[in-house]
Design a protein around this ligand. Structure first.
Ligand code: GLC
Length: 559
């Protein structure tokens, strides 16, 4: 680790990356090892410097990785496996974080079914932070899976699946059958000794928007559970197969669309307030792509399943082409757009969406490094939202929506623009902030989304797990290490805030909750993945080329 620190973040690209391994090596590397190799695996990361990681992998020390699953080894019922005293970096915060995460557990009839969004007793306003949010539970679920505790994840998946079956209405309008809740709450009636659930599908949420991301996260989590436990039976249950299909029917239905991307309202995902992300936001497109690929791995090839599989394959093909061609921005692409002609007609048009070069914002010309690139926020007719969104870009790497070259370029950009995107507290949810008159128009004068706060350029510790996973996948764990080191200087001391404010993320967010569960779980997941990179397999998918090679070998759970 010292070596990595000395080397400094700007040098890391010189280290051999995972993408330099051949396809076969990488696919094996990301699998969980057999049980018998767990001891070796733990030893190896206790003793070896993380900065050596890519080199070690190239040398083939993981030859014994194969495609079987192994439940994580636990050291005791209430002790996190990742904090077993032998760990290579047993930071004292880890134990505190586990305690806080367990405190946030929610029980339904005696069974744990999720974690509350925040356990902040000091806050006078609870709003809906005492609920279990589907998206917020994902890092909690991963932490429990990595720690060998899959029960709560299974319960959560089944409980939310039941909720999907409810009839959902906003005023007199009935929502699609497949919609998953944004959140749910368990009500305890001590007199009648009854537990009841109330769920919110958007009818109570601020802005009344249905959560498009919930269904995608549900599918992604079901695949993570299956991958981590090796328990195929859950995903194979008829009700789970039906749940997957219902979610996808909402997205694969034919309509007026001319693009394979998914048209969304503002506020339908992590950024759940008006922030000018309506249209085709990168966060949703990346999650959509990942969910489609996860579904493809889990759907049975029976009558209905087959039809769904065919549709998924066609959509994936079109979606990856569209995203990689039109959402991708690097120096060259920016220069091309800058020189675009407008008002072109016919199939030969270069400027297909008729983007007017004058609409390119000034900041992007300074922000774009010579080396590096990213998927921009949104593309639609005459509109390119050039803002950087962290979640969408990390998920693009994890799902392999980004090609290996694009993935490396995204990491190059993060390094080159470290101050802007990481600053003093990882990580900026979006960059840059929208200010002044534009803020008035774009957010509708939202006092929570003022410049460099909350969704408008605020810094969210939860994003640390996504960055870490992306770093490991691209063979650049030093970047994650650096970000985790930064987070560790403040998170516990500050009481695990939901977000930080300011250009550098230096201030605890104006209205940030304390003891925000996904800040806690996100940190733990980041730590556990760095400690044992084989965990990455739960949340990462091979790129297309590797996928095709693997499909030839086997059609089951390799990818
Ligand atoms: C905020 C966030 C949203 C999160 C919720 C609960 O509304 O914007 O993404 O799910 O809080 O933590």
């Amino acid at each position: 680790m010292d070596g990595a620190k000395k080397m400094g973040i700007r040098n890391v690209s010189s280290i051999c990356s995972l993408t330099q391994l051949d396809d076969h090596d990488l696919s094996r590397l990301l699998e969980k090892p057999r049980l018998t190799t767990n001891i070796e695996r733990q030893r190896s990361f206790d003793e070896r410097s993380l900065s050596e990681l890519p080199t070690l992998l190239v040398r083939g020390s993981y030859d014994h990785f194969d495609t079987l699953h192994s439940p994580a080894v636990r050291s005791g019922i209430d002790t996190p496996a990742s904090w077993d005293g032998n760990s290579f970096d047993p930071h004292p915060i880890v134990a505190e974080a586990w305690e806080a995460l367990r405190r946030s557990l929610v029980y339904f009839r005696g069974q744990p079914v999720g974690t509350v969004a925040a356990y902040d007793h000091a806050s006078e306003e609870v709003l809906n932070y005492d609920q279990v949010f589907v998206r917020d539970f994902v890092p909690s679920a991963l932490a429990f899976l990595m720690n060998g505790e899959p029960e709560v994840v299974k319960n959560f998946l089944m409980k939310t699946l039941q909720l999907q079956g409810w009839e959902k209405k906003i005023d007199r309008f009935k929502l699609g059958e497949g919609v998953m809740p944004a959140s749910f709450k368990v009500l305890h009636d001590p007199v009648r000794k009854l537990d009841m659930i109330v769920a919110d599908f958007g009818e109570s949420a601020i802005g009344r928007v249905a959560p498009v991301d919930s269904g995608f996260w549900w599918i992604i989590l079901l695949r993570a559970y299956t991958k981590s436990t090796g328990d195929l039976s859950l995903a194979e249950r008829p009700e789970c197969q039906k749940g997957i299909k219902l979610i996808l029917m909402l997205c694969l239905a034919e309509g007026f669309d001319t693009f394979p991307t998914l048209l969304c309202a503002d506020g339908c995902s992590m950024i759940d307030r008006r922030m000018d992300v309506y249209g085709y936001p990168i966060e949703i497109q990346a999650l959509f792509y990942m969910a489609l690929r996860c579904a493809l791995m889990m759907l049975k090839h029976d009558g209905e399943g087959k039809d769904c599989i065919e549709r998924i394959e066609k959509r994936l093909h079109a979606l990856s082409y569209h995203m990689r061609s039109y959402f991708w921005l690097d120096f060259q692409q920016l220069n091309d757009i800058y020189r675009y002609k407008t008002e072109e007609y016919s199939h030969t048009a270069v400027n297909k969406f008729n983007v007017i070069p004058d609409s390119i914002p000034d900041w992007i010309f300074d922000f774009m490094p010579m080396r590096g690139g990213y998927f921009i926020g949104n593309v639609s007719p005459a509109r390119m939202d050039f803002r950087w969104f962290c979640l969408g870009n990390c998920v693009a790497i994890l799902s392999s929506l980004a090609t290996p070259e694009q993935s490396m370029a995204i990491m190059d950009l993060i390094e080159a623009r470290w101050d802007e995107l990481v600053g003093e507290m990882p990580l900026k949810i979006a960059y840059p902030a929208i200010e002044s008159h534009e803020w008035r128009i774009v957010t509708g004068c939202d006092p929570k989304n003022t410049r460099w706060s909350y969704h408008n350029g605020g810094s969210w510790p939860v994003l640390l797990w996504l960055l870490t996973a992306a770093c490991i996948k691209t063979g650049r764990p030093q970047i994650a290490r650096q970000a985790i080191d930064l987070a560790e200087t403040r998170l516990l001391k500050d009481g695990w805030p939901e977000y930080y404010d300011g250009k550098l993320g230096r201030f605890i967010g104006k209205q940030a909750r304390k003891y925000q569960t996904w800040s806690i779980a996100g940190y733990l997941v980041a730590k556990m993945m760095l400690e044992d990179p084989s965990h990455l397999g739960m949340i990462s998918l091979e790129d297309d080329k590797q996928r095709k090679t693997l499909i030839k070998r086997s059609s089951s759970w390799n990818c």
